[in-house]
Write a protein that binds this ligand. Sequence first.
Ligand code: FAD
Length: 323
Amino acid sequence: MSKKVLVLGEVREGSLRNVSFEAIAAGKTIADGGEVVGVLIGDSVENVSAEMIQYGADRVITVEHPHLKQYTSDGFSQAFMACVDAEQPEAIVFGHTALGKDLSPKIASKLQSGLISDVTKIEGEGEDAVFIRPIYSGKAFEKVKVKEGVLFITIRPNNIAPLEKDESRTGEVSSQAVDITNLRTVIKEVVRKASEGVDLSEAKVIIAGGRGVKSEEGFKPLQELATLLGGAVGASRGACDADYCDYSLQIGQTGKVVTPDLYIACGISGAIQHLAGMSNSKIIVAINKDPEANIFKVADYGIVGDLFEVVPMLIEEFKTILV
Ligand code: FAD
C-alpha cells in the first residue's frame, strides 16, 4: 500500500541541510509510489521550498511564524503537529540531527506512535521496508519493522544517498497557518562558536586528531589536509581533554557520530568510545606509531608511522594530484 510521507526539511542560516535531501530519498522508499510532502518550519523558509521539490518532494508545506525563527521544541512541535493534523500522514522522516533527536520523541509521544531512530539503511520498499540501525555503540545492528501506527524514523546523516537534483521538477507549495502558543522557552540570542569550513556532521572527508597530535599547533597540518580535501577536522576526546582543540570537534560516544566517505585518524588509539562515533565511516585510514593500536582493527588502510612525518607527505602528494 502506498503511503503519504511527511519529511521535515532542516534550514540552517537560510539553506537546507543535506540531510533534508537524504530524508526525502528515504521518504520515497517508504512512500512506495505515494506522496512525499516536505515540511519547512521557520520564520522565513519559503525560498528553499523549490529545492525540496527538485530533490524529490512532490509538494511542500511551509509553516512560518515569528516565534519559529529559532528552534524550540514547543514551537516546532506545534508547527509540525499542525501539518500532521492537516495531512494525516502514514509515515514521517526526520534527520537524526540535534534538532531531529530533540523533536522526534515529542512528536512520537503526541502521535502515540513508535520511533525508529538513527536509521542508517533501508532494505526493501513500502510495506516490506526494514529499517537498519546500529545498537550497542555500533557493535551490532538491528533490523526493525513497524507493525502498526504511524511509521516514524530519523535517519543518520550521510548514510542514505539523496536523489539526483532535477531542476525541472515542479510541485505545489502551500502554507500552513499556526498559532504558536505556550512557548515555555524563548531564545533571546544565539551566540555561535566561530567555526570555519565544512560542517563536521555532514563532512564527506574527516581528518581526526588524537592525543598523539600533542598540541594545538599539531592540529595545523591536519587542518591543511582537511582543507585540501574539502573536509573537516575532528578529534578524539583525548585531544579535547588535553585542550588541543574545542569539544565541538569531539567524535565518539559522547561526541558527534559521523559517517564520512573517508576518515583519517591521526594519533588516535581507537578506544571503544571513539569507535562508536566513526566506525561506520566508508573508508578508514589510521596513522599511528604503535602497530598494536586498536584503531588498526577497524581501519581499511593502516600506516604505522609518525603522524608528523606522514601527514606532511600526504599533503604534498595530494597537492600534486589536486592542485
Ligand atoms: P590515546 O588513547 O592516548 O592515544 C593516543 C595515540 O596516539 C596512541 O595510540 C599513540 O600510539 C599515538 N601516537 C602518539 N604519538 C604519535 C605520533 N607522533 N604519530 C602517530 N601516532 C602517535 N573518547 C572519544 O574519542 N570520544 C568520545 O566520545 C568518548 N566518550 C567517552 C565516554 C566515556 C563515558 C568514557 C569513559 C570515555 C570516553 N572517551 C571518548 C575516552 C576514550 O576512552 C579514550 O580515552 C580516548 O578516546 C583516547 O583518546 P586518544 O586515542 O586521542 O588518546
